[in-house]
Write a protein that binds this ligand. Sequence first.
Ligand SMILES: Cc1cc2nc3c(=O)[nH]c(=O)nc-3n(C[C@H](O)[C@H](O)[C@H](O)COP(=O)(O)O)c2cc1C
Length: 234
Amino acid sequence: MKKTLKPGTMLYPLPAVLVTGGTMEESTVMTAAWTGIVCSEPPMTYVSIRPERYSHDVIRDAGEFVINLTKASQAFETDYAGCVSTRKEDKFERLGLRKLPGDVVKAPLIEQCPVNLECKVVEVKELGSHDMFLAQIVAVHVDEALFNREGRVCLEKAGLLAYIHGGYLPLGSRKIGTFGYSVMKPKTKKKKAAASRAASKTKAALKARAGSKQGKPQKKSVFTGKRVLVSDKK
Ligand SMILES: Cc1cc2nc3c(=O)[nH]c(=O)nc-3n(C[C@H](O)[C@H](O)[C@H](O)COP(=O)(O)O)c2cc1C
């Protein structure tokens, strides 16, 4: 049996991202959960923003913004940026958010966020409570620590933050499958498993070597502060 509720926004999990707008000197930052991907080629996203938000007009006038993905360890900053307006205070300063210049847009990237998507608005759609800023993703920056030895981005390593029905939750890092695993040929599956085992072995050996060199196991740092520009096609 199911209980039927009135129409609502019960979709999960949503990201709770930090959206930045403006310029390096005069910047805005706000939290948004109403965001997602709408097209692969060209890569397109949207952010829905209420007209009363300070960021709304800044982003509408500039036609640009940056989506900064958040880590579970940034839940406090994410919540705060979603509760206090730039009209009241400089949230970058208050939260110690460091700015990095983008490659294409004038809005700043947040250095502490593991991934930053530079976006150019292509259309603003008035939907009701929110205006949807439909935008093309024009550059993607990823923390260097998230690349594996083969140069692939392992986003699950970032410890990302999810927003589920009013609550903040950490996204688990244990994969239960990858895209297409349900229809993968046994031969391919075997090949992939062997490659993954080999990679784990190499990693363990490297770790052990580094540990014995220093006399203790090395701590892994998720954030290096360095960025890598990638183009992400799916
Ligand atoms: C988890 C969370 C998600 C939010 N998602 C949105 C959203 O998608 N769209 C929106 O307009 N406001 C959203 N807000 C509210 C704004 O972030 C908030 O009003 C913020 O203070 C606006 O900042 P500004 O006035 O500096 O632009 C969210 C707040 C939180 C805490």
